[in-house]
Design a protein around this ligand. Sequence first.
Ligand SMILES: [Zn+2]
Length: 84
Amino acid sequence: MPNDEVTLVKICGTCRFHIETFSVKKDNMMMFSKETIWCPQCQSDQPEVRDVAGRQESIDQEVNSYPKAVPAEEITPAKEPASS
Ligand SMILES: [Zn+2]
C-alpha cells in the first residue's frame, strides 16, 4: 500500500518560508530535526521545521487525481496479442 507515506513540508524556523515538500514513509517520519536548512528568504541557514503537508485523506485524493505513473517494466511495446 502506498498509503504509508506522508508528505512533509520543510519550513524555515525563523520566517516560516515554505522551502520544500517531500514524501517520507510514516515509519521514517521525523517531525523534529536538528538540521539547519538554507532559507532563500532569510539568505542564511535557519533551523529546519517540519510539518505535515496535509491530512492523509487529502493526500489520497490528490494521488488519485494524478495520472498513474506506470513503471517502465510494465510496458511491453513489442508484444501485441493478435488473438482476442
Ligand atoms: Zn527564513
